[in-house]
Design a protein around this ligand. Structure first.
Ligand SMILES: [Ca+2]
Ligand SMILES: [Zn+2]
Length: 219
């Protein structure tokens, strides 16, 4: 607390351990049943976790917990909402709107995603960062639609990735003519989650789309 007070008084950089989310370009893009399906990966390369907590008493409003050195924390209220999702591969609480997917051509937005949200957890370690044990597990209040509290997040040095086979990891491209398009993936749209920086929150890959296949072009 004293350290934080001094940092404020002296105008030094914040003692807050802010996360820094990075949207990685998708290595896998496939065409399946008229849909462009893809991986998406978000790494946290910041000083602290991205942590979301939601309580039944506040209607599952998502609050962000920002950790401060010396064990203190600050809660940023109302950064989003959690929704309980039931489908073949999901039975847990999703943070809505964590990532967005778009298909562009010539400065024109053609298709947007309709994904139901994301369960954040420490799925993989970020290459080149200090290795720590996973803290946020793939739980997200699984099988607890009446949960009193749900906490999810991505630790610093960990990443979360989504498989193209999962529901919502695709865009409807039926009716689009063959050509070159840009697939855009964004994390933390609207900058509602507090981060160290935001300029690394978008990934763009150029793709060549034909009637039967898709190729990722070198950037
Ligand atoms: Ca960022
Ligand atoms: Zn899910």
């Amino acid at each position: 607390m004293l350290e934080l007070l001094l940092a404020v008084l002296l105008g030094r950089p914040s003692a807050e351990l802010l996360p820094d989310l990075v949207q990685r370009p998708p290595p896998h893009v496939v065409l399946r049943d008229g849909r462009l399906a893809f991986t998406s990966q978000v790494d946290n390369v910041g000083a602290g976790p991205i942590e979301i907590v939601a309580r039944r008493s506040t209607g599952m409003r998502a609050d962000q917990v920002v950790y401060v050195r010396a064990g203190a924390r600050r809660v940023v209220e109302g950064v989003g909402r959690l929704r309980y999702v039931r489908s073949s591969d999901h039975q847990h609480w999703h943070l809505l709107g964590f990532e967005r997917y778009e298909l562009w051509q010539g400065g024109k937005l053609l298709v947007r995603d309709h994904k139901t949200g994301f369960c954040l957890y420490d799925r993989l370690s970020v290459t080149g960062m200090r290795h720590t044990r996973p803290h946020y597990l793939r739980d997200c209040g699984r099988n607890r639609p009446r949960a009193a509290v749900v906490r999810e997040g991505i630790s610093a040095g960990h990443g979360d990735a989504y498989d193209p086979l999962l529901e919502g990891q695709s865009l409807d491209v039926r009716g689009l003519p063959p050509g070159i398009y840009t697939l855009v993936q964004r994390v933390n749209v609207g900058r509602v989650l507090h981060e160290r920086r935001y300029d690394n929150n978008v990934a763009r890959v150029r793709i060549r789309l034909s009637a039967t296949s898709v190729t990722v072009l070198p950037s």
